[in-house]
Design a protein around this ligand. Structure first.
Ligand code: C5P
Length: 219
């Protein structure tokens, strides 16, 4: 981090899980706590940036100086992000967006014996928000993704960097006792030029280091 490092810059961040409604009482989601994205938002604000945080449902308080937009579903997150992205210098996708959503959301609570409506629920793929920003033709921000991998971390993350056309990707290993819903993490940064290990540390420390690298790249 460091005060002033991102002065005059606008940083747009996604954080947390998304919730994909099945019916008025049920949803599909995941275990993301939002802590990595919120730590980045806090560090970016401390570094002097204007910070826009688009958050899925989390139980975290908004860091000082951060403008927060709350959303539930991936499609709501995409709409908020695509509205804000043209004004951002940097986009960091730290959200754990649900890969699929129910093809239809029932207006009334589905009954357990609803036949195929629950047991045979059809799913459709959600939009890739990060790839959408990376593909912007005009006013494209410096675009940073995360890759949570259980194995072959570097190779899988590099594939994502290239496939989604990112400027930078932060890779980490996830599994039984790492990654999600924890205070610490270990990140490896990859870009076209090579790899930069940030080591292990608290999400707060890693957020500062990540932003220092980004600040350097966008100078
Ligand atoms: O492909 P995968 O889901 O592993 O990619 C992870 C990265 O892509 C993260 O930065 C995540 O925030 C972003 N992502 C997204 N929209 C999706 C899926 C992933 O922005 N629908």
């Amino acid at each position: 981090g460091g005060p002033g490092l991102l002065a005059g810059k606008t940083v747009l961040i996604t954080a947390g899980p998304t919730r994909e409604a099945v019916d008025p009482v049920r949803y599909l989601s995941n275990r993301s706590s939002g802590r990595m994205g919120f730590a980045i938002a806090e560090a970016a604000a401390r570094a002097g940036a204007k910070v826009l945080l688009v958050s899925g449902p989390v139980s975290l308080s908004t860091p000082p100086g951060v403008e927060r937009v709350d959303v539930e579903s991936a499609r709501q997150m995409q709409e908020a992000v695509m509205t804000l992205a043209p004004n951002a210098d940097v986009f960091i996708a730290a959200a754990a967006v649900a890969d699929y959503r129910p093809a239809e959301t029932a207006e009334r609570k589905l009954k357990k014996d609803s036949g195929d409506e629950l047991a045979g629920m059809k799913l459709v793929e959600n939009p890739d928000i990060l790839a959408g920003v990376a593909a912007m033709k005009k006013d494209r921000p410096f675009t940073v993704g995360f890759a949570a991998e259980t194995n072959d971390v570097e190779a899988n993350a590099r594939k994502k960097l290239e496939k989604k056309q990112l400027d930078l990707i932060a890779a980490n290993q996830v599994g039984a006792d790492r990654g999600f819903d924890r205070d610490d993490n270990e990140l490896l940064l990859l870009d076209a030029k090579g790899s930069t290990p940030l080591g292990a540390g608290s999400k707060r420390e890693l957020a500062g280091k990540l932003l220092a690298v980004i600040a350097d790249r966008i100078q």
